[in-house]
Every structure is written in C-alpha cells, then in structure tokens.
Design a binder for this molecule. Sequence first.
Ligand code: NAD
Ligand code: UD1
Length: 343
Amino acid sequence: MHVLVTGGAGYIGSHTCLSLLESGMDVTVIDNFCNSSPEALQRVQSLTGRSIRVIEADVRDAEALETVFSGPRIDAVIHFAGLKAVGESVAKPMLYYDNNVAGTFTLLQAMQRANVSTLVFSSSATVYGDPAPEHLPLKETAPCGITHSPYATSKWTVERCLADLHAAQPEWRIARLRYFNPVGAHSSGRIGENPSGTPNNLMPFVSQVACGARPKLSIFGDDYPTHDGTGVRDYIHVMDLAEGHVATLKYLASHPQGELLTLNLGTGQGCSVLDVVKTFETASGRPVPYEIVPRRPGDVPAYYADPSQAQKLLHWRATRSLRDMCADTWRWQAANPQGYDHR
Ligand code: NAD
Ligand code: UD1
C-alpha cells in the first residue's frame, strides 16, 4: 500500500510514517513545514532504512496536490496537516478555518480527481466539548459539536463534511479518529515532539522543567472534582497512536464496499496532572518543581475515552504505560534539548 501522509513531518505524522514504513507500506509526505522540521523525516528514514518521497507544499495548493497524485499511484491518504494551537485559533479563527477546513476540501477535491477514496482524518476528543460526568468514559456516541474554540469547530466541521460525503458516495472509505492526549516519543529518542516557543501542553512543559530549561510547572487548578483535584486526561503514547493508524488502514483496506468509521484512540485510563508529574520524576530521576495556580480558562475537569470500539474493530489497543510515555519523552528531551533544529 502506498500512503500519502499530509503533515507527515509533524509530531504524530513522523511517528506514523515510521510505523507505516515498518509495516511495509510506501510513504509520500506533503508538508509545508510551518510547524515541523524536515530533519524529523531524515531521522525516520535512518531509523527504518527506508526512503520517503517528501514534497514541500501546502495542502491548500491544488496544483501541488495534482502533482503529488499524478506521481506513483496513491492508495490511501492520512490527513494530519493542520494547525492545532487552541489559543491561537481563538485569536486567528480565519487562519484555522482556512488551514483545517479549506485545506481538507482542497485535499478531498484532489483525491476525487485522482480517484483515491480512502482517507484517515485526524480529529480530536475536543469535539466532545465539555463532557458531562455521566458520559465518562466517552463513547463515540456521546454528544458532540458544542465546541469551545475555532480549532474544535474546525475538527467538528470536517467530521460533519466527511459524513455528508460518505452519505452521498458510500464507496468512500473514511476513518475519523478522535485522539485523546498524545504524548511520548519513539523509544530510540531520535524523534519526538518539537514544540516551538513555550509549550501549551502538559508533557512537553514537564519535560522542559525536568531538564532545567524552565524553573517550574504551573498546575492549573487543584480544586477539580477528581481524585487529587487536578485535571484528568487520557494520555496515549504516540507510538500506540501511530500503530492505530496502521490498523485503521488495514481495516479500511478490508472493506472495499465503503466505510465510515468514527473511533476514539485513547487508553481508557484517566491520569491527573499530579500523576503525570510524579511518574515523570520517577522515570527521569529529576525533580519537577511546581506551583498551583488558578484554573486555565476553557479547561474541563476530566475526560477519558472508552476505547472499546477501536479495540473491537481494529484489533488494536494501547499497550504502553504512563511510565513508558514519561521515560520515552525524557529520552527524547535529554538527547535533543533544543529539538531538531539546533543540533
Ligand atoms: P504538528 O503541528 O506537529 O503536525 C502538523 C503538521 O502539518 C506539521 O508538520 C505542519 O508543518 C503541517 N502543516 C500544517 N498546516 C499545513 C498545510 N496547510 N499544508 C501542509 N502542511 C501543513 O501536529 P500534530 O500534533 O502532529 O497533530 C497532527 C494532527 O492531529 C493535527 O491535525 C492535529 O489537529 C491533530 N490532533 C493533534 C493532537 C495533539 O495533541 N497533538 C490531538 C488531537 C488531534
Ligand atoms: C489541549 C487542548 C485540546 C487538544 C489537546 C492536545 C485546550 C483547552 N485544549 O487539551 O483541544 O486536543 O491539548 O493534546 O487547550 N496543564 C497544567 N499546566 C500546564 C499545561 C497543562 O496544569 O502548563 C494541565 C491542564 O490544565 C490539563 C492537563 O494539564 O488538566 C492537560 O493539558 P494539555 O496538555 O494542555 O491538554 P488538554 O487541555 O487536555
């Protein structure tokens, strides 16, 4: 199978490219490198001993897509390319709708022209909004679409459009994968998350504190109705997530009559901020100083997946522990304190 991976140089994309290559698939990447480095793909190639066709272009560029699809036959597309910073999306909604929604439309049109109708789309647990406690763990059937940011709206809009496309053309094979909180890195420590500037997300912040690049972590609230008062999330190792994409492609390939899948990719385990801090300290052997500060606006107390549907259909499950997530993040952080670009 030859897979086109949009945004393949990014955090989840690079780990997924590695899993695809290791499972024998061929990979073409299209990426404009607006939030990534070509070095990630160099390292994926050296780790796997296999080559990737890399095209530097924007998914909103219809001509560039035409060129991609007129090369070697593409069997399926995994669409990671998009912007993901929730706060930035509030400040720049049009940028997010253009990249995430219009970018997906341009891609779908190019796929239609090229007669490629197998797509895996990166959605997010953010489509569940602020889930009521009785909906935990979250099943795919939980209420969706009451979104709290343009980023979330962009994901929900694309999910809806893909459902409409499948209803009109049921021969399409589409998977809408709702990721919970991806963290960790490949166990080699050669590829990992490479945030620019101050990280918004917990795990990269914790690892920068552990290595001394930042003095302390601010924990946003300790008065939530959770086991220790800090926010609870479903952290999933990025390699488990990557392997979930390979399993999804195999599932879609075995459904030639068409399919519309909507699946949570998570572990089903809720971990608090303090659970993460303590596990990281043990895994790294480094202290993670912190202070409790007020809640971050827009944060929800707790959400975690019911991953049973993905387990049943894909014969896939997340196997790596929070300890593995922390140890692998630390190995990557310690070996690449400046990420990819400054070595
Ligand atoms: P990332 O920023 O590391 O990767 C995205 C990649 O897409 C980058 O390489 C970037 O350069 C590229 N890109 C962005 N806009 C592009 C465009 N218009 N044309 C071509 N390339 C473009 O992000 P990630 O964490 O790997 O996330 C991948 C996908 O998964 C995104 O769609 C994101 O919204 C979704 N997602 C991520 C998370 C998470 O926590 N990381 C959670 C849920 C969903
Ligand atoms: C955030 C996004 C979500 C996105 C996800 C990607 C928001 C509101 N939501 O989710 O849309 O899909 O990232 O993984 O931005 N925390 C701290 N201190 C920090 C950072 C985080 O205490 O410096 C806490 C948060 O309050 C939360 C937990 O850690 O309880 C996880 O936060 P984060 O990694 O930002 O992920 P989410 O908020 O779940």
